[in-house]
Design a protein around this ligand. Structure first.
Ligand code: FEO
Length: 452
């Protein structure tokens, strides 16, 4: 049985969901499965935007046949050649022999790498800004190299004001009948998986994502149709604003992420003691045991928070293996612009602090707190002052106006904070004036909510 959904009067979702796969790309846990989106536009010319992963091929081909209703397929637009979107490309072209492939030149080259057949004769190679008329709808192609592979492009449909955004704006997780983000509590229930998806899949390519966002800013967009997850037709500037933060390596929140590796619990104990001292200073913290929490979740948290603390034993004269793996992974994701502190442990020659710092030092705009806490086997009560010194150094490193920094004694009460639900702008004050207009998106006070 086909499983399609109508997106607009002219556009259908014809993708599929896989809830059997446990690890996406073999490395990212996906407890809620994965969606592979494909969209079909049956205009005067019929256009399919991307194919799908092989795991959902059966329902995909039924979906395409159902929406086409016996019509031929004129064009297959390929935004991205990664096999989660192109594994069924060759079979699609075999089933629809009149279909022309529409893609970037580099994508065409990749078809020859993945498949034996030479597709040049049935391909329309498009370049930046090229247009394709399908009847009512006119498609404009924009190159988006390295978001997430070099051949990637996106498509703008000026009739529906729809952006087909390839991997950008996707999430981990299957969609469960709801295709629109406004049918679910996206910013409550799904934004964590959107962040984890972006930071891990595309996070390394912030500059390239920024370049795409500049192109997006010049378009009148009513709808974003990504290759994974929900179609967005509301609060677009809020989601785009988050992408702007993530891709510019701007912390989303002021707070401290503490990631620790601990063999017998002593390093964990020191990390816990630091977290308590920070909380006592009014600073938001979150903690992860790197032996237990998948690296992708810790990397997403590192993109979220302004301050990072890494705590690890010295092991074989190096960094304990799980922490070394995490730090290497984080460095390869090109994280920037964070304040970092360390707790090192070692029963005879502690040096993991210096070694952890060396992994992160090549990253841009990183600030390191020199008050590394050294633990020799177990943290002692006599080290309370050292612990305080580290906690105070972290607290002092928060910038003026840091929302989560403790107010100094005798300071005026903290102002209330109101967030624009459309774009995320934060207003601080004793109250929100009823005639207030958001300086970023122009919406009125009714679109603001108080945050605590
Ligand atoms: Fe969803 Fe980069 O593939």
């Amino acid at each position: 049985m086909y499983c399609t959904r109508k997106i607009t009067d002219d556009l259908y979702w014809v993708g599929g969901n896989d809830r059997k796969l446990s690890m996406f790309e073999g490395v990212y846990s996906i407890p809620a499965g994965m969606s592979y989106n494909s969209y079909l536009l049956p205009d005067e010319k019929t256009v399919l935007f991307d194919t799908v992963d092989k795991s959902v091929s059966r329902v995909f081909f039924e979906n395409v046949a159902h929406v086409l209703g016996g019509r031929k397929l004129d064009y297959l637009v390929v935004h991205h050649m990664e096999p989660d979107h192109s594994a069924t490309l060759r079979e699609l072209l075999a089933r629809y022999p009149e279909t022309k492939l529409v893609c970037s030149r580099m994508a065409l080259g990749m078809t020859a790498q993945f498949f034996d057949e030479d597709l040049l004769a049935r391909t329309i190679v498009v370049n930046e800004g090229d247009k394709l008329s399908c009847g009512k709808h006119e498609l404009r192609f924009l190159m988006a190299p390295m978001v997430h592979w070099p051949e990637v492009m996106v498509t703008y449909d000026s009739y529906d004001k729809a952006l087909f955004s390839a991997d950008a704006f996707g999430i981990f997780g299957a969609i469960n009948g709801a295709i629109f983000a406004d049918e679910v509590d996206f910013y409550g229930d799904y934004i964590g998986e959107a962040r984890r998806y972006y930071c891990n899949i595309v996070g390394k390519y912030g500059a390239q994502t920024q370049a795409l966002l500049k192109k997006v800013a010049a378009l009148d967009i009513a709808m974003i149709c990504p290759l994974h997850g929900f179609v967005h037709r509301k609060e677009l500037s809020r989601y785009i604003g988050l992408y702007d933060k993530w891709s510019s390596y701007t912390p989303e929140e002021e707070g401290v992420m503490i990631a620790y590796a601990s063999i017998y619990g002593n390093t964990e104990n020191a990390a816990e003691a630091l977290s308590i001292r920070l909380r006592e200073k009014g600073i938001k913290t979150c903690m992860f045991d790197v032996h237990v929490t998948p690296a992708s979740e810790i990397i997403a948290a590192a993109f979220r928070y302004s301050h990072l603390v890494f705590a690890a034993p010295t092991y074989n004269a190096g960094i304990f293996v799980t922490m070394e793996h995490l730090l290497t992974d984080l460095a390869r994701h090109n994280l920037q612009n964070r304040t970092v502190a360390f707790i090192e442990n070692g029963s005879w020659a502690p040096q993991s602090g210096r070694l952890m710092r060396a992994v992160l030092e090549p990253l841009k705009e990183m600030k390191f707190i020199d008050a590394t806490l050294t633990v020799k086997s177990a943290l002692k009560a006599s080290q309370s002052t050292e612990l305080d010194t580290l906690a105070s150094a972290i607290a002092d490193s928060f910038g003026a106006g840091a929302g989560s920094k403790a107010a100094p004694k005798n300071a005026a009460p903290a102002k209330r904070r109101f967030r624009c639900k459309i774009c995320g702008y934060i207003y601080e004050g004793d109250f929100l004036p009823p005639d207030f207009k958001c300086p970023v998106c122009g919406r009125g006070a009714e679109e603001f909510e108080e945050i605590v």
